[in-house]
Design a binder for this molecule. Structure first.
Ligand code: AKB
Length: 301
């Protein structure tokens, strides 16, 4: 059967690069981008685009039927920092969009689903270092609660209805094509832009706040490798731990100073510090390595 892919949330930080990579791999007209707003020129000009609110089941079903969609990547979400400001909006967006997509798969209108989870599923009682795949979770943020609930629902739909849903717990992602929005790890992207435009950056996290991070190329490769793996190798149907590196803002500043020696950083921690403090410092992704051969390529130098 031929593959037709729908990306929901295609204009966001991950969605943009995922769409462009999938278009290169499967052909522009087989990868339909959708979002509630238009995105970058490269995204808009390289293939089909639909304005779509993923919380609207009928609208989603119509797009899926129109393009004969076989796979959906649901990348739309409200991230950790914004979700603390708008808890109900975050819950409604993050959960209803997931239910809509899982229900389409349950009704056999699509064959396969990718849904991103996050290190935010972990909480203050989780072991901080080399956090295992299966451990205490107890997330303390709105976003983390929605991601943990989402994971439970994904596994439930797999076990109960045989829905082929696959997921990764992304760490903070560093990229340059599209800015992140509303996350706690966003500092690791903003810092590069401010270093170049102003030669300085005021960080909203403390200098020694170490968090799991990954470059976007690795995250996209992991996503495609997971989606292309044989179904029998996918043993975790909630979401896989995924890891590349961990660093804190001070280490990141030193890495930038190797290229821009005059770059300056100072620290004004805000409410996002508490979110970061509730998350792991490093992640054990040995299940992903064992089950579908995951290996990260790029680390911070
Ligand atoms: C965020 O900071 O909210 C996200 C995430 C780690 O899921 N980047």
């Amino acid at each position: 059967m031929e593959k037709y892919i729908l990306i929901i949330g295609a204009c966001g930080q991950i969605g943009t690069e995922l769409t462009l990579t999938l278009r290169e791999r499967y052909g522009n007209n087989r990868v339909i981008a959708s979002d509630i707003r238009e995105g970058s020129d490269s995204l808009m000009n390289s293939g089909p685009f639909e304005i779509l609110d993923a919380t609207n089941y009928d609208a989603l079903e119509e797009v899926v039927a129109y393009y004969d969609i076989t796979e959906v990547y649901l990348m739309a979400a409200m991230l950790s920092a914004t979700a603390e400001k708008f808890p109900m909006r975050a819950w409604n967006l993050n959960m209803n969009s997931l239910f809509n997509v899982l229900n389409l798969a349950k009704e056999k209108k699509i064959n396969k689903v990718f849904w991103p989870s996050s290190i935010a599923v972990f909480g203050p009682n989780t072991p901080k270092d080399h956090t295992p795949q299966h451990t205490i979770m107890e997330p303390s943020t709105v976003y983390g609660i929605s991601k943990q609930s989402g994971e439970r629902w994904c596994e439930y739909y797999f076990k109960k209805f045989n829905v082929d849903v696959r997921s990764l717990r992304y760490p903070g992602l560093i990229s340059w094509k599209t800015m992140p929005g509303g996350g706690t790890t966003d500092y690791a992207v903003e810092i590069y832009h401010k270093a170049l435009s102003q030669g300085r950056y005021t960080c909203f996290l403390k200098e020694d706040t170490s968090l799991p991070m990954m470059f976007m190329d690795d995250a996209i490769r992991a996503t495609l490798e997971l989606m292309e793996a044989d179904a029998e190798n996918i043993k975790v149907r909630s979401a896989y731990n995924l890891s590349a590196m961990s660093f804190d803002p001070a280490e990141m500043a030193r890495s930038i100073q190797k290229h821009l020696p005059d770059f300056n950083i100072d620290y004004e921690p805000d409410f996002r510090q508490a979110i970061a403090d509730s998350w792991p410092k490093s992640i054990d992704d040995s299940d992903a390595q064992k089950d579908w051969g995951w290996q990260p390529n790029l680390i911070l130098t």
